[in-house]
Design a binder for this molecule. Sequence first.
Ligand code: FES
Ligand SMILES: [Fe+2]
Length: 367
Amino acid sequence: MNPTPASQAPPDFAQARTLRQKARAAGLDPDRWYAVEYDHAVKAGQVREVVFWGTSIALYRGADGQLAALQNRCPHRQLKLTHGVVEHCRLRCAYHGWAFDRDGWLVDYSHDSFGKPLIKTRLRSYPVQVRYGLIWLFPGNPEAALERALPEIPELGGEAPWAAFTVDFTWRTHHSMVMDNICDFAHAFLHRKYRPFIGAKLTHYEASDDRVYLTYDAYMAGGRISGIFIDRQRVNTRSIELCYEYPYQWTNTGGSIKNWSFLLPIDRCTTRVFFLFYFDALRIPLTSLKTPKWLTQTVLNIAKPLLFKPLLAEDGFALEAEQRGYESHYDAPPIELNPVVPLFQQLTARKWEEYLARTAPAGEAGT
Ligand code: FES
Ligand SMILES: [Fe+2]
């Protein structure tokens, strides 16, 4: 339930008066690739709904293993095609059985056509690709998809890819709050149980074009269990680099512990986040020996549910509470101590403004 009456809802982008309001109303540019699902979560013959900024998309995998993504609305009676079934490489609507190929063309009725030829109609289709165990979708102009690259993660390719895992959450929070959270290390108090960073001090920051880059001095991985496996002789765990690399975010601790955060803006108050962590090696406890890849992966597989998920769930708790607070008090004067937070918000708002300017008819401002 929305705690704020509709007449007092937070302003949309065009009406926003403060930077914070602008950031909290902004979308993310559709002309980028977005992680939308795990590759393994959509098996051959299955269809899943993906929502990007309020637009529903039917993501399915044909019998040949190829993925496709179509506008999730049957042109006949507007049912979601995710109610339907995958047949070979087509998606067939649940109601009258109209079938669409992966380019979106209507290719078959399942019923008598009353003497009429097949209607020439086409659903919007979206480029998709798989990388890093995730399905990536391009919600914007398909012609721009070829020019836009996915984040490059050389550590996960080549002959000796690092151990890695991904954990995801869907939170009732605006994506800009997530970005503020994952780049702002002033919230160690929230994590006083797991202690992922202690005593963080901002040492450098710079904003340019599509990035905000920053560094903190901090005691990283300060928890008791993580401390057993982190090799502090080999890895500098006294500082961390972070970057809001629009629309993604990455961190790097000592060149050895890295992560990317991929945000999927579902709507103005719902965000799914995929956190991809990768480690080059850990330390065999009580020794100075590096763990082999299989052991690093085993430790990470155990740490994922025991450490990373509960730790990040603390952020989810705070972010959902912040979203509720914002909806009730969006007019409260913003108070911010960390000088980088306004830079994150400026980048988010500016990119959304650019997107609106690029796509709105001349003379119109979008929301
Ligand atoms: S509503 Fe989809 S085929 Fe009729
Ligand atoms: Fe956090």
